[in-house]
Design a protein around this ligand. Structure first.
Ligand code: AMP
Length: 399
């Protein structure tokens, strides 16, 4: 059993770093509460043990001190509802003020205190030690449940851990699940291990592809970034997305893959369009023979067939980035088919991890989130993890 599950929080005040950075509409209604619901089991376990919970989070990008639109008070009502409506939830309108200290001191078992936005203090993002120490005084135990910010060495995500003894700092249930599934893919993958990388730009994904060349057996490349690779191989890509300053990098990646015996799969065919628009004229075309004036906006049926076959043979699957412009109906088939292939492989026993904003949006759009092994809540953090970097939020707890 994990450290968190084994820990009895009875009589303790747990200072929990969460990621409540949810989107709001202009009337301060939450439009997607996934990040809040994801951390509720952690909060409930502490409360059920007889502990009290002090929640801290960042929210938006305030520039210079407090701003009403970035106040976490807008989330208070919803938090109360998510906890079942019975739990007392207090709010401290400054995360390190005397009021915050006093409220945390008198907080009773089963009660929750939400601190105001940490980023109202510039010290948070600077990883300021004195600020971290002040925050640390609010709780007896530090729990980090914010995987989404694990790649930041901020005061509340990493520095603060230095002020707690080894047995008084731990991952929460969400963070733990994220770390376990990411480690399972990167360090404990059963082979064949297929990484599916898509999205718009090669430049965003170079480091992750290079690191995966050391671990994966197959790398499928789709989305806009595939056309830089097609051009690097000498193909005609018409007006498709291309980063000309990355052609050499693409060539090097293809060469390295050969040396390392990793199969790189590029889409042999594409759905091409005569403009970047939902009502464009479209046709199926080999990805290296795209005429001028046309652009590849999705992988074609032949590519879907080949990619699905590779995915079907895999025991471990990582998916980051869509195969096409899936936001438009005419160009969603590639992304949807790949999601279905991953779901089918998962049903046959493969371990599949989906992460990164747009692929998560895609599995949700096609109602396949519960048909894959794990959907990560961490965009940038997950990407950096798979680039092979040590995440400060993970390292701070483990050291
Ligand atoms: P990223 O944020 O790099 O993962 O890229 C995601 C975006 O890439 C999505 O908004 C897709 O619409 C876009 N995209 C995927 N395939 C293509 C393509 N072939 N051409 C242009 N944009 C694409």
């Amino acid at each position: 059993m994990s450290t968190f599950s084994n820990h009895n929080f009875s009589g303790e005040k747990a200072l929990v770093r969460v990621d409540f950075n949810v989107p709001l509409d202009e009337n301060f209604n939450i439009t997607d509460d996934t990040r809040m619901t994801a951390t509720i089991p952690t909060i409930k376990k502490i409360l059920n043990d007889g502990g009290a919970v002090i929640l801290m989070s960042h929210f938006g990008r305030p520039k210079d001190g407090p701003e009403d639109k970035y106040s976490l008070k807008h989330l208070l009502k919803h938090l109360h509802q998510l906890l079942g409506g019975e739990t007392k939830v207090f709010f401290a309108n400054d995360c390190i003020s005397e009021q915050a200290q006093l409220t945390s001191q008198v907080l009773r078992p089963g009660e929750v205190l939400l601190l105001e936005n940490l980023r109202f203090y510039k010290e948070e993002e600077k990883g300021d030690k004195a600020f971290a120490e002040k925050l640390s005084k609010l709780g007896d135990v530090y729990v980090n449940d914010a995987f989404g910010t694990a790649h930041r060495a901020h005061a509340s995500t990493a520095v603060i851990a230095d002020y707690f003894e080894k047995d008084k700092k731990m991952f929460g249930l969400l963070m733990e699940a994220e770390v376990i599934s990411a480690e399972k893919v990167l360090h404990g993958s059963q082979k064949p291990f297929t990484a599916i990388i898509g999205g718009a730009k090669v430049s965003d994904k170079i480091l992750i592809i290079e690191n995966l060349l050391e671990r994966a057996t197959d790398i499928i490349i789709g989305g806009g970034m595939a056309y830089t690779f097609m051009k690097a191989r000498g193909g005609n890509i018409g007006n498709s997305l291309c980063e000309d300053d990355r052609l050499d990098t693409a060539k090097e990646i293809l060469e390295k893959a050969k040396q390392k015996n990793v199969s790189i799969h590029l889409p042999e065919t594409s759905v091409i369009a005569d403009k970047f628009a939902a009502d464009a004229n479209t046709k199926d075309c080999p990805s290296d023979q795209i005429p001028e004036g046309w652009m590849g906006l999705d992988i074609g049926p032949k590519a879907i067939g080949i990619f699905s076959e590779v995915i079907g043979k895999s025991k471990t699957i990582l998916w980051n980035g869509p195969m096409g412009v899936f936001e438009m109906e005419k160009f969603q088939n590639g992304t949807k088919s790949i999601a279905l292939a991953i779901a089918a492989a998962t049903e046959k026993g493969a371990f599949s991890l989906v992460g990164g904003g747009d692929s998560v949006a895609a599995v949700n759009k096609f109602n396949l989130a519960d048909k894959v092994s794990y959907v990560s809540t961490g965009g940038g953090a997950l990407l950096e993890y798979f680039e092979g970097k040590e995440l400060p939020g993970i390292a701070a707890i483990k050291k």
